[in-house]
Design a protein. Structure first.
Length: 97
């Protein structure tokens, strides 16, 4: 999906994993509420049944990945739902609206 401000939102590929790992680590480095393992959570979720590849998305400008979002399957009792975690934005692009 092309976005008017010059970046593209697309499905993550295995070739993106290293860049996404680094992005998540740097995005959460100074976050008030973090446990320091957010990037490892994503790696673990990719291996589980809750992972939906089509809902693992990156925001890319040129060759640089600037953002990441992941939705996974979850349940509330017997009701299926999607869980959002994490949402990460490059520190140099945070707080820009």
């Amino acid at each position: 999906m092309d976005v008017s401000n010059g970046f593209v939102i697309r499905q993550e590929t295995p070739e993106d994993y290293e860049a996404v790992y680094k992005l998540i680590r740097s995005a959460f480095l100074t976050a008030e509420h973090r446990d320091g393992n957010e990037q490892d959570l994503v790696a673990a979720l990719r291996k589980g049944e809750a992972f939906i590849p089509q809902l693992s998305l990156v925001a890319q400008e040129g060759k640089e990945i600037l953002g990441y979002v992941l939705f996974t399957r979850a349940w509330a009792g017997e009701k299926p739902l999607l869980a959002l975690a994490p949402l990460a934005v490059s520190p140099k692009r945070q707080r820009q609206g």
